[in-house]
Design a protein around this ligand. Structure first.
Ligand SMILES: [Zn+2]
Length: 256
């Protein structure tokens, strides 16, 4: 049973959240709202971390409660609000199933599990749109890894064969950070993104030593940020490997 608790410093939090949405409901764009409501994204009414809170109009709030607005859309909305002002907006993350052994976990976006005896190094496709009226350059990638507790229903164990890993040449290879660490990589080949265009690029996370990474035996939360013009970073939604229970873990271990 999840108990509702009071948000500490509620007025301060509320004004911060109101600033985040620029006093306009992030779903229906209505500014004519008598009283904005606070939505708990993970549906746990006592998880008051700012990442978990979103201000919206009562109508859209009830649409979320009824499931008319899917939770993933809410999560993506929150990410894009945090990225607002940069004019580069996140669209989607997918996995390249031909190039690696990972597949999506059903009914859970941005969560992937190992499924085939192919490369264990995940190859992600990231899509963004450049809403600037000028070209921007993707110049660096920052990624942080958090190992999640495996728990009773942990990831399945595999006997691993030796692997021949084929790496596509157009994919950015980024070193898999160790648990709790962050990798920041300046790209040798910067990606040029014309004004007003959607764009997509691949990231392969790799490590020289498979044992350190050992994805089939571990669950990970991955936090990507993409740097443009060596100037500003954009956050992507959290990616989960071998887990689909992000918010639960986030709450328990304070990963955000
Ligand atoms: Zn609304």
């Amino acid at each position: 049973m999840k108990r509702k608790t009071t948000i500490p410093q509620k007025n301060k939090v509320r004004s911060q959240l109101q600033k985040e949405i620029a006093s306009v409901c992030p779903f229906c764009d209505s500014g004519d709202v008598g009283h904005f409501e606070i939505h708990h994204i993970d549906e746990n009414p006592s998880n008051h971390v700012c990442e978990n809170l979103l201000l919206l109009c009562p109508t859209c709030h009830s649409k979320i409660t009824k499931g008319d607005i899917p939770q993933q859309q809410v999560i993506d909305k929150k990410i894009n609000l945090k990225n607002r002002g940069s004019k580069i907006q996140f669209i989607s993350i997918s996995i390249d199933k031909d190039k690696c052994g990972w597949v999506p976990i059903e009914d859970s976006k941005n969560s992937f599990k190992i499924n085939a005896y192919k490369s264990f190094f995940p190859v992600f496709n990231f899509s963004f749109i450049n809403q600037w009226e000028r070209t921007v350059l993707l110049t660096n990638v920052k990624v942080k890894a958090k190992r999640l507790p495996i728990g009773l229903a942990g990831a399945a164990r595999y006997d691993m064969p030796r692997l021949n890993i084929l790496r596509p040449s157009i994919t950015y290879k980024i070193k898999m950070p160790l648990d709790g660490e962050t990798t920041i990589e300046n790209l040798n080949e910067e990606l040029e993104v014309p004004a007003g265009r959607a764009f997509k690029f691949q990231i392969e996370l790799f490590d020289k030593f498979m044992e350190r990474f050992s994805p089939p035996h571990n669950k990970y939360a991955l936090f990507f940020e993409f740097g443009f013009n060596n100037d500003f970073f954009l956050k992507a939604p959290v990616i989960l490997l071998n887990s689909s229970e992000y918010y639960e873990k986030l709450k328990l271990y304070g990963l955000s």
